[in-house]
Design a protein around this ligand. Structure first.
Ligand SMILES: NC(=O)C1=CN([C@@H]2O[C@H](COP(=O)(O)OP(=O)(O)OC[C@H]3O[C@@H](n4cnc5c(N)ncnc54)[C@H](O)[C@@H]3O)[C@@H](O)[C@H]2O)C=CC1
Ligand SMILES: O=C(O)CCC(=O)C(=O)O
Length: 448
């Protein structure tokens, strides 16, 4: 059978076993496309059915989360924890609170997390969880009651050596604190069972910034590998949450011009590049006031807001999609390629549709997949676990230095496994390097 036929047969079985889970199919197909040519050459992995086994989660816990609104009305949400694979260490991955959350989305995220965590070189397995709860418009007390109710079930399934959740969309420092408080109340002990904690109670320096900073560090390596430098580049960023804001901060520090940010209501265009004052305004707006990105244009006359639009039509050298999955489609990718964009470095998880990724490859636009370029967040979470286990805290400088070194290593591994005719195919490189380490561990464990 040809590789294409192998892929088709494998994907057709996977789709039958996991019907109506489009995001999960998409994430698996991307990995399988990269690894199959290599996998078919390695009899031992094939015989042990590693690809079939690694695409089946170890377990999925689904549960109901009941809570009361401030008016005393009862609400019931659905929540999940997908514990995908713990071959390399305790399960690790974020929790997402967003009305769009489904089992398919959490399976795609948990699956990607296996290989991302493998690439960091730290001992972490892959997991993801979350709920279709919408924190938007909820009061502090409602968010607290939801988090407490969620942890009342979740605490049975997690532990510092079992599964260590963290934040993701809709889950930041506030939610992690409420979840952690409830965990301690239920278990009557302090443990590093969540990461992204406050600095005064076991959190790590630089965890808040790590995903965005790491994405820019990765982009810098990717450009340098291809004879370009980041300073002076025009950068388009989507999103205005945790990842986007700290990617913008680091990009500005590196001498780039950040010309866009966005949220689900539209995007802002800052022709001359976002200033530090404007970035400070957006941080306050998003992290504390939880307002809309259009308020940046209301505050600063030179900023223009485009409602219900995405930023990919704005001319740029570098694009950092930092909002959500499938936020860039083929027509967006064509616009980016036409504007002369050199590199797309994913801050979000799977922000490109499969067709968009193909357009970038056809136009020779460098493309770093999230599992490599946004691994800085989980890497610093891994460092938070180490600090908690040793009961110490490293300085900001020390954590940042370790983060840079982990990102440099991930980049080097992408180059090692993705080098193709003078350029690097970062998607293949990340997938093969991440997969191989997990596959070797699974082989060593025998049939389990
Ligand atoms: N927080 C972290 O450490 C990590 C996050 N990621 C990924 O980065 C992405 C962003 O996550 P965070 O910044 O943490 O979340 P966040 O909740 O802080 O921000 C999410 C951002 O995405 C935007 N957004 C959400 N849904 C959208 C939609 N349907 N259309 C347009 N915009 C939308 C929001 O307006 C917001 O700007 C996600 O894909 C997440 O999985 C990846 C690695 C680590
Ligand atoms: O810090 C973590 O454990 C998880 C981060 C995350 O959810 C991700 O890498 O997508």
């Amino acid at each position: 059978m040809s590789i294409e036929q192998e892929l088709e047969q494998f994907m057709s079985g996977l789709k039958k076993r996991n019907p109506h889970e489009e995001e999960f199919h998409q994430a698996v197909e991307e990995v399988a496309t990269s690894v199959l040519p290599w996998y078919m050459d390695h009899e031992a992995y094939r015989k042990a059915q590693i690809l079939e086994r690694v695409t089946e989660p170890d377990r999925i816990v689904t549960f109901r989360v009941c809570w009361e609104t401030d008016e005393g009305d009862v609400r019931a949400n659905r929540a999940w924890r997908v514990q995908f694979n713990h071959s390399l260490g305790p399960y690790k991955g974020g929790l997402r609170f967003h009305p769009s959350v489904t089992q398919s989305i959490l399976k795609f995220l948990g699956f990607e997390q296996i290989f991302k965590n493998s690439l960091t070189g730290l001992p972490m397995g892959g997991a993801k969880g979350g709920s279709n709860f919408n924190p938007k418009g909820k009061s502090e007390r409602e968010v607290m009651r939801f988090c407490q109710s969620m942890m009342t079930e979740l605490h049975r399934h997690i532990g510092e050596d079992v599964d260590v959740p963290a934040g993701d969309i809709g889950v930041g420092g506030r939610e992690i604190s409420y979840l952690f408080g409830q965990y301690m109340r239920l278990e009557n002990r302090w443990s590093g069972v969540l990461t992204g904690k406050g600095l005064s109670f076991g959190g790590s320096a630089v965890r808040t910034e790590a995903t965005g900073y790491g994405c820019v560090y990765f982009c810098e390596h990717m450009l340098a590998q291809h004879g370009e430098e980041i300073a002076g580049k025009k950068v388009v960023i989507s999103g205005s949450g945790n990842v986007a804001l700290y990617a913008a901060e680091k990009a500005i520090e590196k001498g780039t011009k950040v010309v866009t940010l966005s949220d689900s209501s539209g995007f802002v265009h800052v022709t001359d590049g976002l200033t530090e004052q404007q970035l400070h305004f957006v941080k306050e707006l998003k992290e504390n006031r939880r307002g809309r990105i259009s308020e940046l244009a209301d505050e600063f006359g030179s900023v223009k807001f485009y409602p219900k639009a995405r930023p990919w039509g704005v001319d740029c050298d570098v694009a950092l999609p930092c909002a959500t999955q499938n936020e860039m489609d083929a027509s967006d990718a064509i616009e980016l390629a036409r504007s002369g964009c050199l590199a797309v470095c994913e801050g979000a998880n799977m922000p490109l549709t499969a067709d968009a990724a193909k357009v970038l490859a056809d136009h020779k636009v460098l493309h770093a997949p999230g599992k490599a370029s946004n691994a800085g967040g989980v890497a610093v979470s891994g460092l938070e676990q180490s600090q908690n286990a040793m009961r110490i805290s490293w300085s900001r400088e020390e954590v940042d230095e370790r983060l840079r070194s982990i990102i440099a290593n991930i980049h080097a591994r992408c180059v090692e496994y993705g080098h193709q005719q003078g350029r690097v195919n970062y998607v293949d490189g990340a997938n093969i390097a991440g997969f191989k380490k997990v596959a070797d561990a699974m082989l060593a464990y025998g049939v389990v």
